[in-house]
Ligand binder design. Structure first.
Ligand code: NAD
Ligand code: UDX
Length: 480
């Protein structure tokens, strides 16, 4: 029986291994982590992450050929194939701080593998890493090898949160990079056989190691670039009376461009886009390519601009101050169908509103008060260090309350900010919300969820990203 071990039981390691276990009953899969609370949650009825369809997959395989454990060394020693899916955060200090990937967790996993291994292993880079990481890992392993043969493969993960199970069941492609030596080719073939249990062969791409590592950073940069492109156009739409949804539709009809990932928003969030683009920017700088690094940096600058533009609209429309005013925030997760708040634009928007002394009432169907308070208290990039998974008791922001109902959040509010595109926000009773709010009542739709005309009929003053401004907003031009 082939044995797989995955180091890192997070958003990638957990769902990916659960699907491998489901599709390959003859393979034993152990997912290990240094975080005991995380492993305990994987072994309980309440999994540590919310992902549609995940519960069912885990229920079917856990205890059969899928195991979650903190006994990292035992499972690593026993495995034939080891996936490494640990955090690769942005460095917070030292050389490359604020840009370069911090490979501390990866390096410590590699050293541990070298320490405990007694048989040949295939090591699979599942984490997103800088191009050439495999070379560094190879050096660590071979210098400590005790005669053991290690083959390093790059197999980046392309799943998106909220659709992880769907994406894993039917991936657009599986990418495997390896050495072009006989040993490297054999290892690529072994991993290909795992995926071939359910992925059609023409969707399994094999490349050299550096192409695979770089393709992941490039794919995320391209995706984020589309959002920044449409968001940049949204600002121009507001200035000219064009409608960004109409523009995106017309542009996306061109089959060379395509319709997906052109939704203007308050900005992209999530654990990957910003981190991976910063990583790409740093790699370009290190390779003496300042023009290329500046090009990609601009994708992040537009994203930051989009978030601050949104806050400025809120404040300027409400007579240039939100001090002491109640602002309801609907949605805190970085996208719908996930409880993940890493790099969510809601953090920056809330910080902006708190900076102007607003009272904020937040409702998100999947995010707890503890999580929100922790996010608001955390320094930039600290979220991606395993320490933050340990329970802490942050000093709560007194101006922030978290409630479990959209009507409660909006009761007595001066304004409503929609920051996550949860489906349920489309069907709220906006008349009831209007009746219970202060007047004039404002809606700032950061996800273009509501029909602005319908809300205007109720009496709201509505701001939608990239849509023609209503008269009120034109009279109160924002500093954007
Ligand atoms: P995560 O924080 O959810 O999970 C990482 C886990 O690794 C944590 O539980 C942590 O405790 C554990 N860990 C860290 N060091 C360890 C060690 N030495 N031994 C054992 N466990 C250790 O992170 P994630 O979202 O799953 O991302 C993991 C990697 O996958 C990152 O490189 C990320 O860029 C990449 N990625 C993420 C996504 C996504 O949607 N989240 C998608 C594609 C790729
Ligand atoms: C992303 C990549 O899509 C995925 O392939 C990679 O493996 C990990 O990073 P994820 O961050 O989970 O996935 O979600 P994604 O759907 O890409 O959304 C990222 C952010 O962009 C979210 O905040 C989302 O709301 C925003 N977004 C997305 C837009 O603002 N507009 C869009 O048109 C699409």
């Amino acid at each position: 029986m082939v044995k797989i071990c995955c180091i890192g039981a997070g958003y990638v390691g957990g769902p990916t291994m659960a699907v491998i276990a489901l599709k390959c009953p003859a393979i034993e899969v152990a997912v290990v982590d240094i975080s005991k609370p995380r492993i305990d949650a994987w072994n309980s009825d309440r999994l540590p992450i919310y992902e549609p369809g995940l519960d069912e997959v885990v229920k079917e395989c856990r205890g059969r050929n899928l195991f979650f454990s903190t006994d990292v060394e035992k499972h690593v020693a026993e495995a034939d194939i080891i996936f490494v899916s640990v955090n690769t955060p942005t460095k917070t200090r030292g050389l490359g701080a604020g840009k370069a990937a911090d490979l501390t967790y990866w390096e410590s996993a590699a050293r541990m593998i070298a320490d405990v291994s007694k048989s040949d292993k295939i090591i699979v880079e599942k984490s997103t890493v800088p191009v050439k990481t495999a070379e560094a890992i190879e050096k660590i392993l071979t210098h400590n090898s005790k005669g053991i043969n290690y083959q390093i493969l790059s197999n980046p993960e392309f799943l998106a949160e909220g659709t992880a199970i769907e994406d894993l069941f039917k991936p657009d492609r599986v990418l495997i990079g390896g050495r072009e030596t006989p040993g490297g080719k054999k290892a690529v073939q072994a991993l290909k056989e795992v995926y071939a249990h359910w992925v059609p062969e023409d969707r399994i791409i094999t490349t050299n190691l550096w192409s695979a590592e770089l393709s992941k950073l490039a794919a995320n940069a391209f995706l984020a670039q589309r959002i920044s492109s449409v968001n940049a156009i949204s600002a121009l739409c507001e200035a000219t009376g064009a409608n960004v949804s109409e523009v995106a539709y017309a542009v996306g009809k061109d089959s060379r461009i395509g319709p997906r990932f052109l939704n203007a928003s308050v900005g992209f969030g999530g654990s990957c886009f910003q981190k991976d683009i910063l990583n790409l920017v740093y790699i370009c700088e290190c390779n003496g390519l300042p023009e290329v690094s500046n090009y990609w940096k601009q994708v992040i600058k537009i994203n930051d601009y989009q978030k601050s533009r949104f806050v400025n609209r809120v404040v300027s429309s409400m007579f240039n101050t939100v001090s002491g005013k109640k602002i309801a925030v609907l949605g805190f997760a970085f996208k719908k169908d996930t409880g993940d708040t890493r790099e969510t634009p809601a953090i920056d928007v809330c910080h902006g509103l708190l900076g102007d002394k607003a009272q904020i009432s937040i409702y998100d169907p999947q995010v707890t008060e503890d999580q929100i308070q922790r996010d608001l208290a955390m320094s930039k990039f600290d979220w991606d260090h395993p320490m933050h998974l340990q329970p802490t008791s942050p000093t709560a922001f007194k101006q922030v309350s978290v409630v479990w109902d959209a009507y409660e959040a909006t009761k007595g509010a001066h304004g409503v900010c929609i920051l996550t595109e949860w489906d349920e926000f489309k069907t709220l009773d906006y008349q009831k919300i209007f009746d219970n709010m202060q007047k004039p009542a404002f809606v700032f739709d950061g996800r273009n969820m509501v029909d602005p005309e319908k809300l205007r009929e109720i009496g709201f003053i509505v701001y939608s990203i990239g849509k023609p401004l209503d008269a009120w907003l034109k009279d109160m031009p924002a500093v954007v």
